[in-house]
Write a protein that binds this ligand. Structure first.
Ligand code: AMP
Ligand code: MG
Length: 430
């Protein structure tokens, strides 16, 4: 008979990722502050108010071709000759079209009153001799090659809605309405620090002089870059040693002037993990064990502000796991939607993740895992996905090599050729 094994101490049940995202987003009130920025500088900012167009774009009917503006009804047969009564270049006003004539016209030039179509110059032939006219070698339809006034933007239309993250194309659209400045949501102010006595900053100690047990701080570099991509103003507070008082002091000084304190490491439950007691001392903290791989430990809390600090929301606290891949993936799946919501850009929690694309796996995973897994993969030239061979949560190469994540549900295996949901980093960390 086998020896009975004493049961391990009761553990809190794991939380699903969707529940964790929902619980996290429920804590966020979008930032109320707006600021006015130049349209030039508004890429990736979140629009603070609806943009209603005061004008129509294009402002007048205009030609979409180099050619001749005319009345379609004046061309009764192929080869009809029409005298050229005026020349209209882009940026110049047109005279009304004299009946029975055409106007030389260029792309973007306003249509003359009375004309209803443009014939492209390839469909015409200059009349030889001294008549200033052209043969029209096509039977034009009314409206052809004419861009209608207001076909892009109608006057009074909501062109872009509050909460929209601005893209380069959106900036061009805003400029087409004549707006040189925009009201955008204030940038979230984020204090970032790393915990861990083993951490050394690149540049401070040369590789050959690294003491045993020391490693370079890599999380600081990608977290800072990810925060900036999300439109945050980052205060990088460096490395906090693994001591309770040092952790408390760092949190306390950051809370007053930031919307979020983001840390990495120290959220497991080992005795060197000082984040939990420090945040609890200054506010409140929930340690979540999320049923995902990589990235199980994750902390959310709030840190109280000193009396006299600007009122409003509490300072949010998010503690990411220390393992670099876990830190990266939990940022993409949890912190990104949190920051979008903070900027009023994620009204609906169901959009916390981008839409996955189904792609064929060019690999197999025969062992199912109890947790939902996010595998580092890369698209290949055949339109399938290759898997990075080492999926350990410490192997940052997998993320730098990969271009996205495959979402593998708990208890699932993957066979060669299976269609699997794929999230590209281009969308996940943008
Ligand atoms: P922790 O969550 O603090 O127990 O850390 C888990 C693992 O991640 C350990 O192997 C740490 O050395 C490593 N780690 C923690 N923080 C960082 C960091 N900023 N850069 C690189 N590795 C880290
Ligand atoms: Mg640590």
């Amino acid at each position: 008979m086998s020896t009975p094994v004493s049961p391990s101490p009761a553990r809190a049940p794991l939380m699903s990722l969707d529940d964790a995202v929902g619980a996290l987003l429920a804590q966020v009130q979008p930032l109320a502050g707006l600021e006015t920025v130049s349209t030039f500088d508004a890429d990736q900012r979140v629009l603070g108010q609806d943009l209603v167009s005061a004008l129509q774009v294009p402002p007048q009917d205009n030609s979409s071709m180099d050619g001749y503006a005319l009345r379609a009804a004046d061309v009764t047969a192929l080869g009809t000759v029409l005298p050229v009564s005026q020349r209209i270049a882009a940026g110049h006003a047109a005279e009304p079209l004299r009946p029975g004539t055409c106007a030389r016209i260029f792309t973007g030039a306003p249509m003359p009153a009375g004309a209803d179509a443009v014939v492209m110059q390839e469909d015409t032939q200059t009349v030889s001799g001294n008549i200033h006219g052209v043969h029209i070698n096509t039977l034009p339809e009314p409206g052809q090659w004419v861009r209608r006034a207001g076909e892009d933007v109608r006057r009074g239309a909501v062109v872009l809605a509050r909460g929209q993250r601005l893209s380069p194309a959106a900036l061009g659209l805003v400029a087409s309405l004549g707006l040189a400045q925009l009201a955008v949501v204030a940038r979230p102010r984020v204090a970032l620090f790393s915990t861990g006595d083993e951490l050394v900053m690149p540049g401070e100690v040369a590789p050959q002089d690294m003491p045993v047990g020391a490693i370079y701080n890599s999380n600081r570099f990608f977290l800072r870059a990810l925060l900036k991509r999300m439109g945050c103003e980052v205060s990088d507070l460096g490395i906090v040693p693994d001591r309770r008082e040092a952790t408390v002091a760092a949190l306390k000084s950051a809370a007053d002037h930031h919307d979020l304190i983001l840390t990495s490491g120290g959220v497991s439950v080992g005795e060197e993990d000082h984040i939990k007691p420090a945040v609890q001392q200054l506010g409140s903290l929930n340690l979540w064990q999320i049923a995902m791989k990589p990235g199980k430990p994750f902390a959310y809390g709030t840190v109280n502000r000193a009396a006299g600090a600007p009122v409003g929301q509490p300072c949010h606290f998010i503690g990411l796991p220390g393992n670099p891949v876990s830190s990266f993936v939990t940022f993409a799946l949890l912190v990104r939607p949190f920051l979008l919501r903070l900027q009023g850009a994620l009204p609906d929690a169901s959009a916390a993740l981008p839409q996955p694309v189904l792609l064929p796996a060019h690999f197999s995973i025969t062992q199912a895992d109890k947790r939902r897994e996010f595998l580092r993969v890369r698209r290949n030239a055949q339109g399938g996905l290759d898997l990075f061979p080492n999926q350990s949560s410490g192997v940052l190469t997998s993320v730098a090599w990969g271009d996205g994540l495959v979402d593998k549900p708990a208890g699932h295996t993957i066979a060669q050729g299976d269609l699997v949901p794929y999230f590209s980093f281009a969308e996940l960390i943008a």
